[in-house]
Design a protein around this ligand. Structure first.
Ligand SMILES: C[S@@+](CC[C@H](N)C(=O)[O-])C[C@H]1O[C@@H](n2cnc3c(N)ncnc32)[C@H](O)[C@@H]1O
Length: 277
């Protein structure tokens, strides 16, 4: 989605260079990056967006990066008022408010990729489940026995529960609370564990390791510099080995950009065996 193209001819070339190329559409809410130096172009930009995307009701300007335990960015409403919206992804619908919860359409490709890997009858754990996109897309399109989602932010949990109903998925169980407190109490082991918390997944390796089934998979997300790419799979394998589980990194890819030369990576780990002692 090119904001620059929409504004070409209406603002100076210098101003145009300061406009970020893309913006995010979440249901009928648009999220844009608008640096202070071009704040005076606000109305022009909002008009251009509304003209091109007639369903849009609210435009948010990002004023603070994703932060805090709940991983929510700060936004200012620059058009409209209602910030709760319904995002659509892979035939599923997700009710959410970006002012209160994390959600990114940019991870939808990952959702699809993981869903294709799921085999019928798997028991799946989604740590850091948010409003439920991984859990619900998997439950809707694969044939898992059960998907368990754990999320700390009460607002996200509320949306997650509603999204389970909206999408009519029956085999999803939602738990509210800290992964570290909830997961050890869950019964049995899991065929597949997702850890979509790239800024601090490392602190939860022990929790995942204790619940991973031999022969199963762990999808580990982390931020890393491009220069670390080569050593990353081995480093993650070591983290799990230290927690008593031998894993083999079978696949890795960048699935998002965090900062210049810093990406979000996913590493698919096959759980080879539990190490004794
Ligand atoms: C990066 S978001 C990912 C959300 C979701 N998986 C998605 O893709 O939209 C990380 C989520 O983990 C939650 N979280 C942070 N610490 C947690 C913890 N200790 N236990 C459970 N959830 C936690 C945050 O509230 C946030 O919703």
């Amino acid at each position: 989605m090119s904001l620059r193209r929409m504004l070409r001819g209406k603002v100076s070339e210098e101003e145009l260079l300061r406009v970020r190329r893309s913006f995010e559409i979440v249901g009928d809410v648009v999220i844009i990056n608008l640096p202070d130096e071009i704040l005076h172009l606000k109305n022009l930009i909002v008009d251009a967006i509304l003209k091109k995307h007639k369903h849009v009701k609210t435009v948010l300007r990002k004023v603070g990066e994703v932060n805090g335990v709940y991983r929510v960015a700060k936004y200012e409403v620059i058009h409209g008022g209602k910030t709760e919206t319904m995002a659509k992804e892979h035939g599923c619908r997700f009710l959410l408010d970006p002012m209160k919860v994390y959600y990114s359409i940019r991870l939808s490709g990952e959702r699809e990729r993981i869903t294709r890997l799921v085999k019928p009858g798997e028991r799946i754990l989604v740590m850091f489940a948010g409003v439920g996109p991984f859990a619900i897309v998997i439950a809707k399109h694969a044939r898992p026995k059960e998907v368990v989602g754990v999320e700390l932010n009460p607002a996200a949990v509320e949306y997650f529960r509603r999204n389970v109903e909206v999408n009519k998925v029956e085999n999803v169980r939602v738990y509210e609370g800290d992964v570290r407190r909830i997961v050890p109490k869950l019964e049995g082991e899991f065929d597949r564990i997702l850890m979509p918390s790239p800024h601090n997944a490392e602190s939860f390796v022990d929790v995942a390791a204790a619940k991973a089934k031999e022969g199963g998979y762990i999808h580990y997300y982390t931020f890393a510099g491009v220069e670390e790419e080569k050593e990353l799979p081995g480093r993650v394998e070591n983290l799990f080995r230290e927690e008593g589980v031998e894993c083999r990194a079978e696949f890795m890819r960048a699935c998002g950009n965090f900062a210049p030369y810093v990406n979000r990576y996913v590493i698919d780990l096959k759980v080879v065996k539990r190490l004794s002692g």
